[in-house]
Ligand binder design. Structure first.
Ligand code: UDX
Length: 432
């Protein structure tokens, strides 16, 4: 099939590349000329394991093209995926849909034959209805169908998640388009992916409700971890103990810093705003948002306690600053709150991240990037394990920093407290 992905951000690029690998002809369009030039040279704008290899392979065999020409790309395609950003609105917690609507206007000018138009970006319930209204201003009803097909890819695991999804959700208000979409996904369905066909609004809500539920699960275990810390219990035992109940499930029960990333913070806020619009109070999700926003402050308080209220001039090493491992994404990472705060309090911070220096910290006083784990850990008073990269899972702290005063705050519970303590270091974890 001939596909057009509008927007070569995380969603559009990964999906476009993977669809081309399934044998479709894909054009990825973006208005950013530099980005497109780079993609044509094989330079990928994001860090995602396996993406570069797959892009080069399909670009070389001409199944994958990159272009800034939106009009022609739409004309040549049968299925158009809208994959532009839906960030949180400035000074508001709702989703900013301006990019979705401006792209819809552009699409309406270039419909030369029947097209299926799909929202893959996460969009609030009724956005599909709005897109349809925009298209109807210029195009007859029988010339297009607007469908919701949300993506559930996790950063760092996106290629695997695309090939082996738990489920594929299609929200279509007409049967014919739902069947075309089922065919598009048939290589994945035949490998075992569940296919769910529902109406458009339901598909839009499935995406938000999934992310809100996962955010709730994480926040739940984070709060239980707070109680564990006060009662001498290891939260890891609680996660195992409750996770084995099939009704609960063991995943997304890892206590840690505040959840971050491009989806959970944004989507929890957006679903609350949508519900408010429909006069429905999502009080559980509101509490989750509040609890998560307090979490970074709580962890900073703990750092203060670990350092006995003397942050000034303390050498703090951050291992990992992105919101999770296997990504270079800094969006809503809890480090963005912690590092500026500690820098303001006079700490001397060195950070190491496998994905390199982060511009977000460039202007901060006494914050510098180390190009190795060794260099950042050496001479530190406190090591904060912020992100769970494999690179950080077997560090020989004794060799790198023999000082008996070294303290380790393991925010991902990577290390065994007993083992670290037996080496003479002070160990602090989450909920243990
Ligand atoms: C998420 C959803 O998982 C995905 O389905 C959706 O399409 C986009 O958003 P992603 O943001 O890539 O994916 O990361 P995810 O692995 O879900 O982690 C989100 C945040 O939760 C991270 O900050 C992570 O560290 C945190 N997390 C996750 C925990 O703190 N504990 C857990 O048990 C799981």
């Amino acid at each position: 099939m001939k596909l057009c992905m509008i927007g070569t951000g995380y969603v559009g690029l990964v999906s476009g590349v993977c669809f081309s690998d399934l044998g479709n002809d894909v054009i990825c369009v973006d208005k950013d000329q530099d980005k497109i030039n780079n993609l044509q040279k094989g330079i990928i704008p994001i860090y995602e394991p396996g993406l570069q290899e797959l892009t080069l392979k399909n670009f070389k065999n001409k199944k994958l093209k990159f272009s800034t020409d939106l009009k022609n790309s739409i004309k040549k395609s049968d299925i158009i995926f809208i994959c532009v950003g839906t960030p949180t609105k400035k000074n508001d917690i709702g989703a900013d849909l301006s990019q979705i609507y401006s792209v819809s206007k552009e699409i309406s000018k270039s419909i030369n034959r029947f097209k299926i138009i799909i929202t893959k970006s996460t969009v609030p319930v009724t956005t599909g209805d709005e897109i349809e209204k925009i298209l109807l201003k210029k195009v007859k009803k029988n010339k297009f169908s607007v469908i919701s097909n949300p993506e559930f890819l996790r950063e760092g695991e996106a290629i695997r998640d695309f090939i082996y999804p738990d489920r594929i959700v299609i929200g279509a208000n007409d049967n014919k388009s739902a069947i075309i979409l089922k065919n598009l996904y048939s290589p994945l369905i035949s490998k075992g992916a569940k296919f769910i066909s529902t109406n458009r609004r339901a598909a839009e809500l499935i995406k938000y409700a999934s992310n809100a539920f996962l955010a709730t699960k994480i926040t739940f275990i984070n709060e239980i971890a707070n109680l564990c810390e006060k009662t001498g219990i290891d939260v890891e035992d609680i996660s195992i103990g409750i996770g084995l109940d099939k009704r609960i499930g063991s995943r997304f029960l890892r206590a840690g810093p505040a959840y971050g990333g491009s989806c959970f913070p944004k989507d929890t806020k957006a679903i609350v705003t949508t519900a408010d619009k429909f006069k429905t109070n999502l009080s559980v999700i509101k509490s989750v948002i509040k609890s998560n926003s307090l979490r970074s402050k709580l962890l900073i308080k703990k750092v203060n306690e670990i350092l006995k209220n003397k942050i000034k001039n303390k050498k703090i090493c951050f291992l990992g600053v992105t919101f999770k491992a296997n990504t270079d994404d800094m969006r809503d990472s809890s480090s963005l709150e912690m590092i500026p705060f500690l820098s303001k309090k006079g700490a001397k911070i060195k950070y190491y991240d496998p994905t390199g220096l982060k511009k977000e910290f460039n202007k901060l006083k006494n914050v510098s990037f180390s190009n190795s784990i060794q260099d950042s850990v050496k001479n530190a008073d406190l090591v904060i394990l912020h992100t769970e990269w494999n690179d950080f899972k077997s560090i020989n702290f004794k060799k790198l920093n023999p000082s008996k005063n070294l303290k380790i705050y393991d925010m991902r519970n990577i290390y065994s407290p007993l083992k670290v303590k037996s080496q003479g270091f002070k160990y602090f974890g989450i909920g243990r």
